[in-house]
Design a protein around this ligand. Structure first.
Ligand SMILES: Cc1cc2nc3c(=O)[nH]c(=O)nc-3n(C[C@H](O)[C@H](O)[C@H](O)COP(=O)(O)OP(=O)(O)OC[C@H]3O[C@@H](n4cnc5c(N)ncnc54)[C@H](O)[C@@H]3O)c2cc1C
Length: 504
């Protein structure tokens, strides 16, 4: 997770944690009645546990946290908040990296960690039905050894399926297999007015609007998912993994281009630069050479004969591109060691910097060398170090901006640098986020990518689900926006008068 540091990114929701949250009084009594007194937290010191997600630079203490045990309780909670006009935020494991589960100070945090049952495993139909608090890795474990659930965030041992759905999470194997949205066939959702609806189902391609598609990636702003139907797939017959070490990221980037343009679709192609190699090696001892300019992990899977033939081709491309060394996993334990370094890269940053800030932007793969060069330039200009670890096949960069939050002005410089990196990616034809979501952290960059009519279309959808703006307010959209027409003569809302909100 991002190391703790001084909060940055001024926004309407942030507050000093020392301030007292609002007392919700009778609403809290009602919440205690719904879920039981022991499942409702209002003590300041206990609330602090929930004040941030994985992006520790933002912290807000909620007025109350509630841990429901059933979908019915979630429904009653949301309905109660709706009646009282109180905003709420859903939370899974709180591993998000965009402040998506950041609480609101005068609202309720609905923590879904108790909803962690796998309700059905149907391997004949390749489906799993689960509650939202089930961890990502538990789904693959439930269908092993014959099947697996492909979207595999590096945080998969802690992050929840509800969080994955809300963020449309990805992982190392999404280059070949696709993202969460490609694996959710149905959802049970509590809408912001407390209605319980079913979107999609076990089968694919239901008639009507694709509301499952709209809900996946909606970052908790359209309701609370209380059940999720997931597609799982058979395990490939064969898996071959190598890690090749190069003098530079541009050399390794050339290999990525040649593999992909050669028509191969590896299960994963992941790259780490020297700084992230050094951090990961210090953390894991996986045997990556500390002086390597880049490490490229390539994993092929599929039918054995094809996998072997393609693997030889990949090895030849790496050699031809001047790899300094290539390590091939001969068995599962060796494969795990190769992956250990890659998967630990974020957590390992603590080895080289007291604080770091994760960016998550996407660029066209062909612009990799150019954008990495630009990131280096920007880092030099700001006197900071940036480690790069990324899903090279998807062009999904994760620049990790290292800083020391105790050093005067460094947090601000890191924030500015991170923003310029996002802009450089958008300028290269990319996106402000690949898999971590917009949340509170990236909302200010939305206008870099979307024109006003595009943002209005998003807002209309949001208003259709949540006209009162109670579901995860203040996230995703760049400025607070209001929904609906006021009956009678038109009166401007104070936020409109102040020029900080628009009406739709
Ligand atoms: C070390 C590390 C590595 C990571 N690696 C990856 C990676 O490889 N790929 C990747 O995509 N992400 C990665 N992440 C980010 C994070 O793990 C994912 O975004 C994950 O999906 C968040 O799940 P969560 O359960 O922690 O959700 P939270 O952080 O609790 O919430 C995330 C969002 O989901 C909403 N939400 C949660 N549950 C529900 C629900 N039931 N219904 C509606 N909305 C809900 C919240 O309101 C919030 O907006 C990483 C994070 C860390 C700390």
């Amino acid at each position: 997770m991002s190391g703790a540091g001084p909060a940055f990114g001024a926004g309407p929701q942030e507050r000093e944690p020392e301030q007292r949250p609002r007392d919700l009084g009778p609403l809290v009594d009602e919440l205690r009645r719904i879920a039981g007194p022991e499942q409702v937290i209002t003590q300041e010191h206990q609330l602090r546990t929930y004040e941030s997600d994985g992006l520790l630079q933002y912290a807000v203490t909620p007025a109350a946290v509630i841990l429901p045990g059933t979908a019915e309780e979630v429904q009653q909670i949301v309905r109660t908040c709706h009646r009282a006009g109180v905003g709420w935020v859903a939370r899974g494991a709180g591993s998000g990296l965009s402040g998506g589960a950041l609480p609101i100070e005068d609202g309720v945090l609905i923590a879904l960690s108790r909803l962690r049952r796998i309700l059905e495993v149907d391997l004949d139909d390749q489906r799993v039905l689960c509650e939202p608090g089930v961890t990502n890795v538990a789904v693959s474990q439930a269908v092993a050894p014959t099947h697996f659930y492909p979207p595999d965030p590096s945080s998969q041992i802690v992050c929840t399926i509800g969080g994955n759905v809300a963020e449309n999470s990805g992982g190392a194997h999404c280059f070949k297999y696709g993202f969460t949205t490609n694996y959710v066939t149905g959802l049970e959702v509590v809408l912001p007015d407390g209605e319980l609806v079913r979107l999609g189902g076990k089968e694919v391609d239901r008639p009507g609007y694709d509301l499952v598609g709209a809900f996946v990636g909606s970052e908790g702003t359209l309701g609370v998912a209380t059940k999720v139907w997931l597609r799982v797939v058979p395990k490939p017959e064969s898996v071959r993994t190598l890690v090749a070490f190069f003098g530079s990221t541009s050399q390794a980037g050339e290999v990525v281009s040649r593999i992909v343009s050669g028509g191969m679709v590896p299960g994963a192609i992941e790259m780490m630069d020297n700084l992230s190699i050094r951090a990961a090696e210090a953390h894991t001892g996986a045997g990556y050479p500390q002086d390597a300019g880049a490490a490229l992990v390539v994993e092929l899977d599929g039918a054995e004969a094809e996998c072997e033939a393609r693997f030889d081709q990949v090895k030849a491309i790496c050699e031809d591109a001047g790899a300094d060394s290539i390590r091939i996993a001969r068995n599962e334990p060796e494969r795990e060691v190769i992956w250990k370094a890659r998967k630990a890269a974020f957590a390992a940053m603590g080895r080289i910097a007291p604080n770091y800030y994760v960016q998550d932007s996407v660029i066209p793969r062909t612009r990799l060398a150019e954008v990495l060069g630009r990131i280096d330039e920007l880092a030099d200009e700001h006197g900071l170090r940036v480690a790069n670890v990324f899903h090279a096949g998807d062009g999904n960069l994760h620049p990790l901006v290292c800083y020391d939050g105790t050093s005067e002005g460094e947090a601000e410089r890191a924030e500015e640098l991170a923003g310029l990196i996002v802009k450089a990616c958008v300028d290269a034809g990319g996106s402000i986020t690949g898999e971590h979501g917009v949340g509170v952290d990236k909302k200010r960059y939305m206008p870099e990518m979307f024109d006003e009519p595009d943002l209005k279309a998003f807002q209309k959808l949001r208003c259709a689900f949540d006209p009162d703006q109670l579901a995860n307010p203040g996230k995703l959209m760049p400025t607070p926006r209001l929904c609906g027409e006021v009956p009678g003569p038109y009166r401007q809302h104070p936020l409109e008068v102040a020029g900080i909100a628009d009406r739709f």
